[in-house]
Write a protein that binds this ligand. Structure first.
Ligand SMILES: [Zn+2]
Length: 200
């Protein structure tokens, strides 16, 4: 049985950090909240970034240091891990900050496993060139590609592309309507609701 928790954070960027636990192992999606003080009850298999913007990886160093788990990032966003122009930290705070540890580049169609659960990687560029959506059972973690209410991510940051995000949205709305969507900011929705919202 899959369990999803949104971890409490201590910053003003309101990015969601999801901990997904299948009863055997767990993964964290977008480490922008501190590693839980009480630790994790299951082994952390992966630290996955929906995209390499700083507000989705504020606590990545702590997660890597405390868990030793492998970091997964969309290949075109790899440079953004360490480059504060690309990950927008410089733009928003005027400071140079990034992640310079190891990470594995992932691609559209890749499948990863934690516990007995599969993670299917969908490449959904537009907000960033390496933005990913992660399908885990009937749950889709979309980062800043789409938001509840019919919204979608800004394309004005480095490497963003409006024509790419349009294609990515076209790809996501073809998925099963009952899939629950977990965005990088804000509330959850479903594919069915999202489609209704954008055509309203
Ligand atoms: Zn972003």
């Amino acid at each position: 049985m899959l369990n999803v928790a949104i971890l409490p954070h201590n910053h003003s960027f309101a990015s969601n950090t999801y901990l997904v636990d299948d009863g055997n192992e767990c993964v964290v999606i977008d480490p922008a909240a501190p590693f839980p003080a009480s630790g994790l009850s299951k082994k952390l298999k992966y630290i996955i970034l929906t995209h390499a913007h700083f507000d989705h990886m504020l606590d990545i160093d702590e997660w890597v240091n405390k868990s030793g788990a492998e970091v997964l990032v969309g290949a075109p966003d790899y440079r953004g891990l360490s480059d504060s122009e690309l990950n927008c930290y410089m733009l928003l705070t005027g400071q140079d900050r990034g992640y310079s540890g190891e990470a594995t580049k992932v691609y559209d169609g890749d499948v990863f496993q934690f516990g007995k659960t599969e993670i299917k990687v969908l490449s959904t560029p537009g907000h960033t060139p390496g933005s990913l959506s992660l399908l885990i059972d009937d749950m889709l973690f979309v980062g800043d590609t789409i938001f509840a209410g019919g919204g979608y991510g800004k394309c004005c940051f480095p490497g963003g592309s409006f024509s790419d995000i349009r294609k990515s949205i076209d790809k996501l709305v073809l998925l099963d309507g009952n899939i629950t969507v977990f965005p990088g900011h804000g509330e959850q929705t479903t594919i069915k609701e999202y489609k209704k919202d954008i055509f309203r």
